[in-house]
Design a protein around this ligand. Structure first.
Ligand SMILES: Cc1cc2nc3c(=O)[nH]c(=O)nc-3n(C[C@H](O)[C@H](O)[C@H](O)COP(=O)(O)OP(=O)(O)OC[C@H]3O[C@@H](n4cnc5c(N)ncnc54)[C@H](O)[C@@H]3O)c2cc1C
Length: 547
């Protein structure tokens, strides 16, 4: 299969070449690093122990936002920077990163007067350089008229402001950068774990790797090592003998996914019983509710009944539902830990400081050891992290080539070409609930590659059929993924290259003949093994345990 030969070729390069930079971790931070550095002309390798974005970066709230809530803790410079990053992502990804209204209900007795919250939203709008629609005050009557789902029993009115969200998926967004890296010639592979690293007298890092697919070990050689291991970064630093001034502590965040609650493309925003912001976020044909914020020390973090009850109780109290939501309504669960950066030792962290802990990122650079650790950060911050890493590597004395573009959707001229091609196809460009038209979704998810996918449909119109009825993933995409997207496991396909397992019930997936056919296209003679590995032992809600 073409996909397998792609893997073999990358594997061979990882074993035999010496790289300028090796990146450990294929979440958003590793992904922007590989895209930015390879576009800057460096010879780069990236290894990921599971699948790309299979840890924190697939568990976010999908928001690209300036962090309005950090105004309350007076983190003005963080909000200023995040707003700038949000605006840049909005500009560079006009289809994928979309402005959305946050419809906020404030209850009587809320800790701040409504007018002060509204002034805060005006300040936020200013910090966002007025790039979004302005905020507006909402009376109780307006809330009842515009979003009758919102319970106004104890409402004092509210406000509406703008921020952005990822229309598709956080994990798919990460893959845009992985694809950029691959296209710029980087050697990028999933299911390869870095166990430990040593820097030799020759100034080269030698990283002991295990390829979980090939069941083989090898040493990866590079001049500079970037640890982008997210929550696992401290562990890997230890395995490399690197001591750092910063460390991570972990905040667990859980979301529950249920059938679509409000039909409008708005985020319903509340303050939960613990005083934190709490959202109902559109996710295609579903709604994503959450989140929680609990300190944990062990990885992987798991969803427990307290998390479930907290989310369901909070939402049931705040919506006018015909009948309260229960676990029977939950299609999927998401659970991740926010890796939060602190200075000093995680063991000495004062719990009192928890609520005010910053969500900033820190790059800790050890020039003597040619080593960089990435701490903290947000998806929203990703372009800054890519740029800062490129600067740090250059400051270490490695010469860069002529930089090329490493982010943004496909060029306008390619989009025009794609739209013309799509219009000429013998297919139905269907509208999908909460997702837009097939052609729009293909462009959002695949950028320039959408052109190749459309060509496949032209050659074989049967590929325009969806894999699962009522879910907008086409066989043409599967054919593309099988060759180009390093899909090794059914979960890679269902949860990260697409978000099918978030919006389609597990039982439906298991019974789907179309999914079986897609699995054949992805895994060939290995289909039964991959199918069993995914479905065996899982019941109902599939996403319960995540790092
Ligand atoms: C509940 C929740 C909600 C959030 N909401 C938002 C939001 O709405 N907007 C926003 O901007 N941000 C949000 N965030 C924050 C954002 O998701 C994270 O900051 C970001 O995903 C962290 O990315 P990362 O690359 O550092 O870590 P990860 O995504 O965890 O990636 C690290 C990767 O390194 C790999 N790895 C680790 N060790 C090794 C090794 N030894 N060898 C090989 N690979 C290794 C792991 O498998 C993992 O895939 C949220 C986070 C959470 C938990």
């Amino acid at each position: 299969m073409k996909g397998e030969s792609q893997r073999q070729a990358i594997r061979q390069r990882l074993k035999s070449e010496t790289f300028d930079v090796a990146i450990v971790g294929g979440g958003i931070n590793g992904a922007v690093a590989v895209a930015a550095l390879s576009a800057a002309g460096y010879k780069v390798a990236l290894i990921e122990k599971k699948d790309f974005a299979s840890s924190t970066s697939q568990e976010s709230s999908n928001l690209v936002w300036g962090g309005i809530k950090y105004l309350e803790s007076y983190e003005f410079s963080l909000v200023w920077d995040l707003c700038r990053s949000r605006n840049e992502l909005m500009r560079r990804y006009p289809h994928e990163v979309q402005e959305l209204r946050f419809f906020t209900n404030l209850e009587r007795g809320f800790r701040k007067p409504r007018i002060l919250v509204f002034l805060g939203s005006l300040l936020y709008w200013f910090m966002g350089r007025f790039k979004s629609r302005p905020p507006r005050l909402l009376s109780r009557a307006t809330i009842e008229r515009d979003e009758p789902l919102v319970s106004t029993r104890s409402s004092q009115g509210g406000l509406e402001y703008s921020d952005c969200f990822l229309k598709d998926n956080d994990a798919r967004f990460v893959f845009h950068f992985i694809r950029r890296g691959l296209r710029s010639g980087a050697a990028v592979l999933n299911y390869v774990e870095a166990r430990e690293g040593q820097r030799g007298a020759d100034g080269l890092w030698s990283i002991a790797c295990v390829d979980h697919e090939a069941k083989a070990s090898f040493a990866l050689k590079a001049r500079v090592l970037i640890n982008a291991g997210g929550p696992f970064a401290d562990r890997f630093n230890k395995a490399c003998g690197i001591t750092t001034e910063h460390q991570h502590i972990f905040s667990k965040g859980v979301h529950l996914i249920v059938p679509r609650l409000n039909q409008s493309e708005r985020v319903l925003t509340f303050f939960a019983d613990d005083g934190r912001l709490f959202f109902v976020i559109p996710l295609g044909s579903c709604s994503c509710i959450g989140t929680t914020d609990t300190r944990v020390t062990e990885l992987p973090a798991t969803v427990n009944d307290d998390d479930r009850s907290f989310i369901l109780e909070n939402i049931n109290k705040r919506l006018n539902l015909a009948k309260p939501l229960t676990m029977a309504d939950v299609i999927a669960e998401r659970c991740g830990v926010r890796p939060l950066v602190i200075q000093g030792n995680a063991g000495d962290f004062d719990q009192e400081e928890w609520v005010n802990l910053s969500r900033k990122h820190v790059l800790e650079c050890n020039r003597d050891e040619a080593h960089i650790s990435v701490f903290g950060g947000k998806l929203t911050d990703c372009l800054n992290i890519g740029r800062e890493l490129t600067q740090e590597v250059s400051d270490m004395g490695l010469t860069e080539g002529r930089p090329t573009k490493w982010y943004g959707e496909g060029d306008a001229s390619i989009e025009q070409q794609y739209r013309r091609l799509v219009a000429s196809l013998p297919w139905t460009d269907r509208e999908w609930k909460g997702e837009g038209r097939s052609s729009d979704r293909l462009w959002r998810s695949y950028g320039d590659d959408a052109l190749t996918i459309a060509e496949r449909i032209k050659a074989d119109p049967a590929l325009a059929e969806p894999v699962i009825a009522d879910a907008p993933v086409l066989f043409a995409e599967v054919a593309h993924m099988a060759e180009h997207e390093l899909v090794m496991d059914l979960e890679d396909f269902l949860r990260r290259r697409t978000r099918l397992s978030l919006v389609v019930r597990h039982e439906v997936l298991e019974q789907s003949a179309g999914l079986k056919q897609a699995a054949q296209m992805l895994f060939g003679k290995d289909t039964d093994r991959r199918w069993e590995a995914y479905f065996k032992g899982r019941r109902g809600v599939p996403q319960k345990t995540r790092a």
